[in-house]
Design a protein around this ligand. Sequence first.
Ligand code: ASP
Length: 348
Amino acid sequence: MKRKILLIYTGGTIGMVQNAETGALEVFNFKDIYTLLPMLRLIEAHIDFYALLPLIDSADTNPNFWIRLAKLIEEKYDSYDGFVILHGTDTMSFTASALSFLLENLAKPIILTGSQLPLGVLRSDGRDNIINSIEIAASYGKNEPCVPEVCLYFDNSLFRGNRTYKDNVRTFNAFSSSNYPKLAEVGVNIKYNYDAIMPCPKDKKLKLKVHTQLDNRVAILKLYPGIRLENVEAILSVPDLKAVVMETFGSGNAPGDPAFIALLKKAIERGVVIVSVTQCKGGGAVEIGKYASSFALGEIGVVSGFDITTEAAITKLMFLLGTNISKQELIASMQQSLRGEMTNPQGK
Ligand code: ASP
């Protein structure tokens, strides 16, 4: 059966081609995609193209852009079997994370991809990234998609989007997902890791629910040896601040300076939720109380983000603050997986 795929172009390096006369990089007209990538015709899929205008460098991504993207998917959801989103690499992991929260009960593949080299230059990684993303988005078995979740495809690897981070600006393998296995690897065959892939919602009557509120009254506080109390205070005293992702050391450790702890405590008492995520990319989760240097954080009510990435933590906070849940519910939700963004501490 020929699947229908919507290819959504948002901007970024991937959409650039070199003008043959001037040598300058210009935005590629995706209406000509079959001319540039004739092998797309070999995929058992009908591909439509949509440009989300204005095209942006992904440095300009923001919550409104994520909501527009989520609404576009809602509008087109019933007409397509899968979606491939072409996006700049710089903030792709943020967008993938935000979309995973905004799209509840997802039962179709949404694959974000981009490239390190523009599509229209020699050796571009964009060609393989687009072709393979489309092939995966169109892959169904027993009438269910192979990967019914928000994914990120790059350099022969398919990742759960909200587990990724960009960690290289030069090599083609620009993304990693240290705390979660790849969902698929592309070689001679596409090898799906079905144990790691989120299944479709069990209740087939559950319809896609698209959330359209994000609250950006959040901040990221990255700790470093020698951080000045004035800096910490400046972030924590931002008017209207609702929540903070605090990037701690190792398994969730922070300076023991009582004045620093007192600043955090004061903010928490004012109602600010502080979530601890580790600066270490892999190997485990925040364990508040494991060392004396994190014990005090637990005492004052800092919340553990376990093995969540900063990208997923900040977008999850925006999402939860945009819902009508209580602060207690928000704290509970930050400590459990909603869309596979963290390993559930309860092992669920
Ligand atoms: N600055 C570009 C962007 O993120 C880089 C890229 O696409 O890789 O939009």
